[in-house]
Design a protein around this ligand. Sequence first.
Ligand code: NI
Length: 155
Amino acid sequence: MSQITIDIQSYKDTYLKLKSAIEGLTEDQLKWKAAPDKWSVTEVLSHLTDHSIVFSFRIRKLISEEAAQLPPFQQDPWVSESKANEGAARDILDVFGILLTYNSLLFDRLPAEAWSKTGINFKGEAVTLLQSFQSFIKHVDTHLLQIERIKNAYQ
Ligand code: NI
């Protein structure tokens, strides 16, 4: 049987990376938008937490259904219609962290074969639990770069 290495630590580290990315930022910096249609740091955090909610749903479908249909979500209206920028960045990050902990506990209980379970994404592509897990970590890294860009552009 082939061995799969699951890097749960990299998954858990996404919280600490985000926490350190926003450390020392003022309320104004956290809510500042380069343009009305661009996200603030708070909105990026909200998007990542929204994504984690969707990811949490997807992984449960992946482990419990045959060829699960993995739901998409409308990222921009989720942020704008939830008035995310009126929220507190630290509250949003707390929820992100709690979901990570909860999912990590689930991952620790999974048998190795669960990681190759496959679902179908909204593009019709087959995706394994492992790929979905790795994409989650990459997605956070992409948005960490965005947070750095927003911090640098702040005026
Ligand atoms: Ni995104």
